[in-house]
Design a protein around this ligand. Structure first.
Ligand SMILES: [Zn+2]
Length: 119
């Protein structure tokens, strides 16, 4: 069973080779360190982004994303275990997964897809 994570009240301080020195909360269940700053977003954010791309294409008659494609992409994201887990998933990792999924089902270029995601 996957850990549902709870704050242990303890912090982990990254040191050495990075500039981050702020404390990161640690899960009392499995010891995972929470991502701060690069925190993942909920699935809904990516679904909204997908609709933004869909509208953009349709308004400019540059292409089309069908509802069936939206469903396939959403399903694919839902299947990624822990996608919405803010302890594990960095936004940059989610971004890669999202771009891969949209590219796979629509053939749109990764850089075009990425331009819709806030950095
Ligand atoms: Zn945990």
């Amino acid at each position: 069973m996957r850990c549902s994570h709870r704050d242990s009240g303890k912090d982990w301080f990254p040191r050495l080779d990075n500039k981050i020195s702020s404390p990161h909360p640690v899960c009392g269940g499995c010891g995972a360190v929470k991502n701060i700053g690069d925190r993942g977003k909920k699935l809904g954010y990516y679904v909204n982004t997908l609709y933004e791309i869909k509208e953009y294409l349709e308004e400019r008659k540059k292409g089309k994303i069908t509802e069936a494609q939206v469903r396939l992409i959403t399903k694919r994201l839902e299947k990624v275990e822990g996608f919405e887990d803010v302890y594990w998933f960095r936004r940059s990792t989610q971004k890669d997964i999202f771009v891969e999924a949209v590219n796979r089902y629509t053939g749109l270029s990764p850089s075009f897809i990425e331009s819709f995601l806030a950095s």
